[in-house]
Design a protein around this ligand. Structure first.
Ligand SMILES: [Zn+2]
Length: 114
């Protein structure tokens, strides 16, 4: 499993990052699909590329901890700029998946999934 974070420069409207999940062991295939801008790209990434944004891979987390829960938790954090190396703020390290609470894991609400 892999969770990856893409950084959009410049942002598309208010979107400066894309956080995604793939069951693949690496992000390679899925990121290539996004960067192709084709039918398998996320609509956000395709639109960003079309508008001239540069899309960079900011983080890749592979392994058992990099599941849907981790993706959902990162999205819920709303503080991606603080730990995105491309944003240059470096205020925080990438959140550690081991800190996801049981309560969050159990929650069914997923307002951020596309
Ligand atoms: Zn960033």
């Amino acid at each position: 499993m892999t969770v990856y974070v893409l950084h959009l420069d410049p942002p598309l409207k208010h979107a400066s990052h894309y956080i995604g999940y793939t069951p693949d062991p690496t992000a390679e295939r899925r990121v290539a699909e996004h960067l192709s801008g084709g039918a398998k790209a996320s609509p956000l990434i395709a639109a960003a590329l079309k508008s001239g944004s540069v899309v960079r891979v900011a983080h890749v987390v592979e392994g058992d901890a990099a599941g849907r829960d981790f993706e959902r938790w990162l999205k819920a954090g709303k503080d991606t700029r603080a730990w995105c190396p491309c944003c240059g703020e470096n205020r925080r390290r990438l959140p550690d998946p081991s800190r996801i609470t049981a309560r969050f894991r159990a929650s069914k609400v997923d307002r951020n999934s596309a």
